[in-house]
Design a protein around this ligand. Structure first.
Ligand SMILES: [Zn+2]
Length: 155
């Protein structure tokens, strides 16, 4: 007789390993792709410079004025580049000293402009939901943002 509980446990374990293996593979690819691209990227030197570039980059992605985006340079931290949703039409982008180049800013802006936060929010936090979220992030959100920051192509 088939032990359903055991089968489910094995399946859950297999899914975890599959997700982790994919994450490792994909992160490796991203690090190499980003590293090469960053060698040629325009470096942003100050908070005021960053805000000027943000204005320009927002237009390229047709981000409406009603969408609030706060950008800040975090000079104390290393390897930090992330965006998050603070509330309705309210976002924050944080870039650390070693990552604040124009491609990183473009990458994070694309996540906002393409609605990645909103589509992730729609998925529940169950085991399956978390799995779907990570697959969506790895195979949809992240590749699209990378393609945009490297080429300017909006899919
Ligand atoms: Zn990203």
């Amino acid at each position: 007789m088939v032990n359903i509980k055991k089968t489910l446990e094995y399946t859950a374990k297999a899914i975890k390993i599959f997700t982790l293996a994919n994450a490792v593979y994909f992160c490796g690819f991203m690090i190499v792709a980003n590293g090469i691209h960053r060698q040629f990227a325009q470096h942003i030197k100050s908070q005021s410079g960053l805000e000027l570039i943000l204005k320009d980059e927002r237009k390229k992605l047709s981000l409406k004025d009603s969408i609030k985006i706060n950008v800040n340079l975090n000079k104390d931290k290393k390897h930090v580049a992330h965006s998050k949703k603070l509330g309705d039409k309210d976002y924050e982008i944080s870039l650390s000293n070693d990552t604040y180049d124009i491609t990183t800013l473009r990458h994070e802006l694309y996540h906002i402009a393409d609605g990645h936060f909103e589509s992730q929010e729609k998925i529940d936090d169950s085991f399956q939901g978390k799995f779907i979220k990570s697959i969506k992030y790895l195979y949809h959100d992240e590749p699209k943002a990378i393609l945009y920051h490297m080429t300017g192509i909006k899919l």
